[in-house]
Design a protein around this ligand. Structure first.
Ligand code: NI
Length: 197
């Protein structure tokens, strides 16, 4: 297998593609060149789409691989900065009872934003890209990203998690609702897979 990858920037599937509705199987061996390339491609694709999280099914790879890469963007200045991490075969060990609603988008559903309830903190075990088992607690915005991406492994999208139809707005309407990025109501929570345009 060649080390060079001619097309690291993968195209992102949109809602309606059957892969987005499939349950993603676990990765038997995270250290194969194919999985390592997939992780590199997810990182590249996420960066170029200006997102903060992406799951492998979104690039038509039905596998339990996700990348989380929270960072501030011009529109979401309060998002915490972290080194991008790849999570393979994550398992939820525990989650807080308290739910918090926040705005989300999805690179696979660019037309809409939703006000989605998520657990405020979540304890996760996963395999990293070096094959090492890790355990960590995600909170707030990063916990939201994780739960959003994990849903992609279950064939779910954020629209399925809405409590009410009125919690779904068009991306255009969302911009009218929150023209000022410093609006405290956003609290940096609306940047999940958000695109700058
Ligand atoms: Ni998504």
């Amino acid at each position: 297998m060649s080390n060079s990858n001619p097309n690291p920037n993968r195209s992102i599937l949109h809602l309606g593609h059957p892969t987005l509705r499939k349950t993603a199987p676990i990765v038997p061996d995270p250290q194969t060149p194919q999985i390592q390339t997939l992780i590199d491609d997810l990182l590249t694709t996420l960066r170029s789409a200006n997102g903060v999280g992406i799951a492998a099914p979104q690039v038509d790879e039905s596998l339990q691989v996700m990348v989380i890469a929270s960072r501030p963007t011009p529109r979401y200045p309060n998002a915490p900065t972290m080194e991008p991490i790849a999570l393979i075969n994550p398992r939820i060990l525990d989650k807080s009872a308290d739910l918090e609603k926040g705005w989300e988008g999805c690179l696979s559903i660019p037309e809409y934003r939703g006000f989605v309830p998520r657990h405020r903190s979540i304890t996760v075990e996963y395999t990293d890209r070096h094959g090492t088992l890790q355990q960590t607690v995600f909170t707030d915005f990063v916990a939201r990203i994780f739960q959003h991406e994990y849903d992609h492994f279950l064939g779910l999208v954020f629209l399925d998690r809405l409590e009410s139809e009125s919690d779904r707005v068009t991306a255009e309407q969302f911009k009218l609702m929150f023209p000022d990025t410093s609006n405290p109501d956003l609290r940096g929570l609306s940047g999940v897979e958000a695109q700058t345009q």
